[in-house]
Design a protein. Sequence first.
Length: 210
Amino acid sequence: MNRKGILIVISGFSGAGKGTLMKKLTADYDNYALSISMTTRGPRDGEMNGREYFFVTKDEFEERIAQDGMIEYASYCGNYYGTPRAYVEEQLENGKDVILEIEIQGAHKVKEIYPQALLLFVMPPSAGELYRRLKGRGTETDEVIAKRMSRAVEESEGIDTYDYIVVNDKLEDCIAQINAIVGAAHNTPGCNEEFIDTIRKELKDLLKGE
Ligand code: 5GP
C-alpha cells in the first residue's frame, strides 16, 4: 500500500515554542519534512538564510507570487510570509508528512486548497507564560513584543477553526501528542482512497467470480 504524505499546518502564538517543537520533531522522526518559508522580515540573531527562512526583499517576494510559486502567503506584523510551492508538492509526492509552520490566515488558505490538511494549534500553558517566553527570548524590542501579544489576542479568536490543539508545556509530551494525532490522521478514509478503492474493486471481482 502506498503511504501518502499528509500536509500538517502548525500555528500558534508567537512565543509558543513552535520553532523548538519543529526542530525536535523533524530530528526525532524521519517521516516529517519541514517546509521553509520565505519572508521579507530581517533575520534574527542566529538565524540563517535557507534554514529558518529564505530571507528576501519585497520585490523578490512579489515576483514569486506573480510566478504562482507560493501555495499561500500572508502579511504578519508588517512583513510578508509565504510557503514556496515546489518543495511541498515534491515531498508530499514522496510520502513525507510535510509541516507548514504558518499563521492563521495562511492556515485557512491551505485548508481551502488541501481539504485533507491537518490543522494543529500550539497553545502555551498560560498567557503569562507566553509573555515570559517572548520577553525571555531577548531578540525583540518591547514594541515588537506588544505587537505580537496583540496579534495573539486576535489569533485566539480563530483557534476553534483548527482540528486539534496541543499544549506546549513539556516538549516531549507535546511531540508525542503531535505524533499520535498525525498517526491517527493516516488512518482516515481521505488518506486511504486508493486502498479503499482497491478493496471495493476486489470485493466486486470476488462476487462476480462466485
Ligand atoms: P516569526 O517572525 O516569529 O518567525 O513568524 C511570525 C509568524 O509568521 C508566525 O506566526 C509564523 O507561524 C508565521 N509564518 C511563518 N512562515 C509563514 C508562511 O510561510 N506563511 C504564513 N502565512 N505564515 C507564516
